[in-house]
Design a binder for this molecule. Structure first.
Ligand SMILES: C[S@@+](CC[C@H](N)C(=O)[O-])C[C@H]1O[C@@H](n2cnc3c(N)ncnc32)[C@H](O)[C@@H]1O
Length: 255
């Protein structure tokens, strides 16, 4: 666990960790192991409840659910407007419990490869997909970190995962995901803004059990620059909010 108390992903607006974080690979590996451990255990239980219709959530978690649903709904609407879902291939990188992949499959997406660092999240996503009678030909799940992903997909999507990456590594990950995307790349992340910086102390409001892994807010200009350097241009943006949830969503197209 991180030495200092941190918050659930996407609720910590503090950029403080950016200032202190080392981007050394040792530190990155240690943080990833910590994130994996969290999402295999207490994090899995917490986020599985948040990403469901369970009544067993507190007010903060309910608001995160509402905010996150806005992000998912935006992506589904954008993809639906682009059309041709049946002839497209998708990569849902860091898929969680399938909150995007499952409705995307139900909308008729041709092929979706969904993966997550956490085997527990993948198992739950797979269970939910079976329950929804989605075939494994259409939607395939695997356990993988973003770094290990490869292949080529018409559209690559990565929602609310960069909260675990400091700026430089997140920009590197944009480059990596862009290399797998033939036409479209969609990412969301908690943006760093001076206003959010003012809310830094908000963490003290949370009860102990909800404090967990280190969380990073990211500078949007750096994320866009990384995508542009990889040959993509931003075509759509939205800012999805609810109390304790703040997520910038950007759709890129190959230029
Ligand atoms: C806040 S959840 C978002 C899940 C999903 N993208 C969604 O929007 O419903 C963050 C997810 O990222 C996964 N994750 C964190 N670090 C990862 C990494 N390095 N590689 C792949 N997945 C990762 C976690 O296991 C968790 O399922």
């Amino acid at each position: 666990m991180a030495p200092e108390p941190q918050l659930d992903p996407l609720v910590d607006p503090s950029p403080a960790s950016q200032a202190t974080a080392s981007s050394s690979s040792d530190q990155a590996d240690a943080e990833k192991a910590e994130v994996k451990g969290y999402f295999e255990t207490t994090g899995f239980e917490r986020w599985n409840r948040i990403y469901s219709d369970s009544e067993d959530v507190n007010k903060v978690q309910r608001n995160i659910r509402i905010g996150h649903q806005k992000t998912v709904d935006n992506v589904l609407a954008w993809l639906g407007e682009q059309g041709n879902l049946a002839s497209r291939s998708f990569c849902d990188a860091g898929c969680g419990v399938g909150s995007l992949s499952i409705p995307l499959a139900q909308l008729g997406a041709g092929r979706i490869a969904a993966s997550d660092l956490s085997a527990a999240m993948v198992a739950e996503a797979s269970r939910r997909a079976s329950e929804a009678s989605i075939s494994s030909d259409q939607l395939q799940f695997s356990s993988s970190d973003l770094e290990s992903l490869s292949g080529s997909y018409e559209t690559v999507i990565c929602l609310d995962v960069f909260i675990h990456y400091p700026q430089q590594l997140a920009e590197g990950m944009v480059n990596h995901l862009a290399s797998m995307a033939e036409k479209h790349l969609i990412v969301s992340f908690a943006p760093y803004t001076p206003l959010l910086a003012l809310l830094k102390g908000i963490g003290q409001l949370f009860p102990g059990p909800s404090k967990t892994t280190r969380a990073y807010t990211l500078r949007e200009a750096g994320i866009v620059a990384a995508a542009e350097a990889a040959g993509f241009r931003p075509v759509r943006r939205s800012l999805n909010q609810a109390p304790f949830y703040f997520s910038r969503l950007i759709a890129f197209e190959r230029a």
